[in-house]
Design a protein around this ligand. Structure first.
Ligand SMILES: [Zn+2]
Length: 262
């Protein structure tokens, strides 16, 4: 029915330059004016990291020339853009090395549970298991820098960590040169820093991460899927996962990013 309306509109236009109001109104309801559908592979499982990293058709293995080891993967579109960005950075004397990229649910679960049990210490050498008896407080302490499995942007294959996991590295010398270059140029390749300094603009969420950059053309499609289908109640399957609802991980972490990345 909608395609008939378009034909009507075109024929009216041919006959005279005046488009009758009723036809003009119908044009706004044709499918072409609706937002593009989210690519099918970006389903709820994908955005929650429920897939195999090695065999996913949209993920590419990162050449070890670009990373700290030869077993890292990222979304192929993000990888193409990264390679262009890497080339430009290199010609400006800046070396971008990928230290982490796509991580699925199980990988993130490993990171989270090691912190939960105190096997990996939190920043400041804090043992979360010994320091935080209250499970909500323990989850919040880990959430300063690590995502709950199922809610990480690293699941999307679009987000990468560069060079070093300390903000201080990026505040002087070589690291400062790297960060300044990224701030000035990454946007030209579709990359944005989601976790900027917290303040009135970004009152909650992860602490600032100068190393974490996100390829927006795909990440924003993933965010659209999250907005449509993700619920805190879907987070389950690991130690402390039941805290996702009380903390409201969706509002306070997934959505609480640098507004210029949205
Ligand atoms: Zn990261």
């Amino acid at each position: 029915m909608c395609s008939i309306l378009i034909i009507q509109c075109r024929s009216e236009k041919t006959q005279s330059n005046i488009v009758p109001a009723v036809v003009a109104e119908n044009i706004t309801h044709t499918p072409s004016s609706k937002p593009d559908p989210i690519p099918e592979y970006i389903d709820l499982d994908y955005v929650m990291g429920k897939f195999s990293i090695e065999s996913h058709k949209m993920l590419a293995r990162i050449d070890k020339a670009y990373a700290d080891n030869g077993n890292r993967y990222m979304h192929k579109d993000a990888y193409s853009a990264f390679k262009e960005m890497h080339k430009a950075a290199k010609s400006a004397g800046v070396n971008l090395q990928i230290r982490s990229a796509a991580r699925n649910f199980d990988y993130q679960k490993g990171i989270w549970e090691r912190k939960w049990k105190g096997v990996t210490l939190l920043e400041g050498k804090i043992n979360a298991d010994k320091t935080y008896e209250d499970p909500k407080e323990r989850a919040e302490a880990i959430l300063r820098y690590s995502s709950m499995p199922g809610s990480s942007r690293h699941h999307w294959g679009t987000d990468v960590d560069f060079n070093a996991f300390e903000n201080s590295y990026f505040e002087m010398g070589e690291g400062k040169k790297v960060y300044t270059w990224l701030v000035e140029n990454a946007h030209k390749y579709g990359y944005c820093q989601p976790y900027t300094k917290k303040g009135p603009e970004r009152p909650s969420g992860y602490e600032e991460e100068k190393w974490h950059w996100s390829y927006l053309p795909v990440a924003n499609e993933c965010m659209r899927r999250v907005d449509k289908e993700f619920k805190n109640e879907l987070i389950k399957g690991y130690l402390g996962s039941e805290q996702a609802v009380a903390i409201d991980v969706y509002t306070h972490f997934i959505r609480s990013i640098n507004k210029s990345c949205l």
